[in-house]
Design a protein. Sequence first.
Length: 271
Amino acid sequence: MVLTGASDGIGASAARLLHAEGHRVVLVGRSPGKTEDVAGPLAADWYTADFADLGQVRTLARDLRAAYPRIDVLANNAGGLFAGPERTRDGFEKTFQINHLAPFLLTHELLDVLLGSRASIVNTSSIGARLFGRVDIDDLNTWRGFTPNRAYGNGKLANILFTRGLHDRYAGQGLSSVAFHPGNVATNFAAESTSYLRPVYHTWLRRFLISSERGGANLAHFCTGTPGTDWQSGRYYDDRRRPGRTNPQAADDDLVLRHWQASAGMLGLPV
């Protein structure tokens, strides 16, 4: 199982839980020190990549392909809410790139391995897709009318559209995909933003949030679950029991297709 965003928060908690259950986990994080600190006690392989640099994502995919001929689960968990708008070296808005374009690219660069493994793709989305998302297919970066919350909501909605697109294209070849909201978790979320949500995660209000261990257990549930039994491929869940309600745009089949095509075009990938 390959977990991105595994150096902290729910990714680190899920890695520890999955290891304790006997699964082999491979950790990916942005910070070498933090990622090694999590991986060391687990005797787990670890890699670093900053998703704000797509060159590092391509290098990560190359290294993973070389090291692991089989990948049963890819958990696209890295993401966050950031100030902005900020243009990355690749020319995209940072929030959109980290939350969507980077995992879209990583998944595609590993696609033959994932298909050969009949893998599960687990995308960490958010209730923010419903609360803040409003995708404009002509402005996927959210340059116009940017707010940290709206950009984050659009990125998390993109995760759900990507999940649906993966199912539509590859379920017949044995690939399964799911998106989920891990809960409102007391992590370092929003630390780099000016969002009004920042105080919720960095003041006494944290006491009303769930622990990273509970959020990590939710991630681990979808990583270890059996598609078709524990969860349905192509769907979004806001708890473990049944598909949840999300942004109405996620039900737009045409938007799923157009969003996929636009994302692939941005990255120079085949449509």
